[in-house]
Write a protein that binds this ligand. Structure first.
Ligand code: ATP
Length: 290
């Protein structure tokens, strides 16, 4: 089995600056660090590190070879990443000495994926494979519909949250994952609490509190407390959790076991600084004492 991830790929460019720039100001940065980012890329890396075959469906520009190479190094199948004449998606992140930041996000190639590219990739998927989408690319509804038609397990991580985006894919979903804030926003928009959504399986992540799983067919809810760790950077915790849950499902684990393993991975992740580059692998997850 395999995971198919229609997902974003970003260059996160972090500039150390003496202070955040004001309107009209020209400011010299003291340092530049470039990281692989984007929720899609993070989830692909997490799924691959958890032992699944992950096909990333996405796009970069001519400036994005390094990102594709890095995904390949991390074990992601990159054959369905197109190179387009649009710049690679990127975030320009200014960070001042106190750690305060200012972020400029340009979606670039992430929003220029064609339906032909999507169709060609998914024509190679097999019934029962997992399809995951997030809200950082175009073609989400087309992918969800096609995934349903092809008998894939269609999953959606509703971030960055947009009520219209999630509601437009809702009819095609088998699995939804949201954090607590997104669950509340979705309830306000749809009038339905997570347990009553028309989706067979829903996970609401609760940060340091853990996660709650709803099986809406059986009306069962199950709580999973988080592992207690000293968190230093929670960036990417949600994406790591999602990649690991999907990999668990893909590899035939019962949901409770998939969630427990994902929580271990996410707990380790919050003890590390960074995103895709520091997502733990299965060996870390199995051997780290929590
Ligand atoms: P992100 O910060 O990546 O946007 P998110 O809001 O999507 O994350 P969270 O609910 O914050 O998702 O976290 C996802 C999972 O990560 C949680 O269910 C939990 O298992 C784990 N986690 C997050 N924060 C902590 C923490 N401080 N300690 C232990 N585990 C944590």
């Amino acid at each position: 089995m395999a995971i198919w991830n229609l997902g974003s790929i970003n260059a996160d460019m972090v500039y150390a600056v003496p202070h955040l720039p004001g309107p009209g100001e020209t400011l010299a940065a003291q340092e530049l660090s470039q990281f692989l980012g984007g929720k899609g890329a993070n989830m692909s890396v997490a799924g691959a590190r958890a032992g699944s075959h992950v096909h990333h469906i996405g796009a970069v520009g001519a400036d994005g070879h390094w990102a594709v190479e890095r995904l390949t190094e991390y074990g992601v199948d990159t054959r369905h990443i197109a190179e387009l004449s649009v710049p690679t998606g990127h975030a320009i992140i200014a960070v001042d000495a106190a750690g305060e930041n200012q972020i400029l996000l340009y979606p670039g190639a992430n929003q220029a994926i064609s339906t032909d590219q999507l169709g060609q990739a998914l024509s190679q998927a097999e019934t029962g494979d997992i399809l995951i989408l997030q809200n950082e690319t175009n073609c989400q509804v087309e992918a969800a519909k096609l995934g349903r038609e092809l008998g894939l397990k269609v999953c959606y991580a509703a971030a960055p949250f947009d009520a219209d985006a999630v509601q437009s894919v809702l009819p095609y979903l088998d699995f939804l994952i949201v954090n607590e804030v997104e669950a509340t926003q979705l309830e306000i928009a749809s009038g339905l609490p997570a347990a009553k959504l028309p989706v067979a399986q829903v996970i609401v992540t609760l940060g340091a509190e853990g996660a709650r799983f709803f099986d809406t067919n059986t009306d069962e809810a199950q709580d999973f407390p988080a592992f207690q760790v000293d968190a230093v950077d929670t960036t990417g915790a949600g994406d790591t959790f999602t990649g690991y849950v999907l990999a668990g499902m893909d590899r035939g684990m019962p949901m409770a076991q998939a969630i427990s393993q994902a929580m271990r991975a996410a707990a380790i992740m919050v003890t590390r600084r960074g995103t895709a580059d520091v997502i733990p692998d299965l060996k870390d997850v199995r051997e780290t004492k929590l």
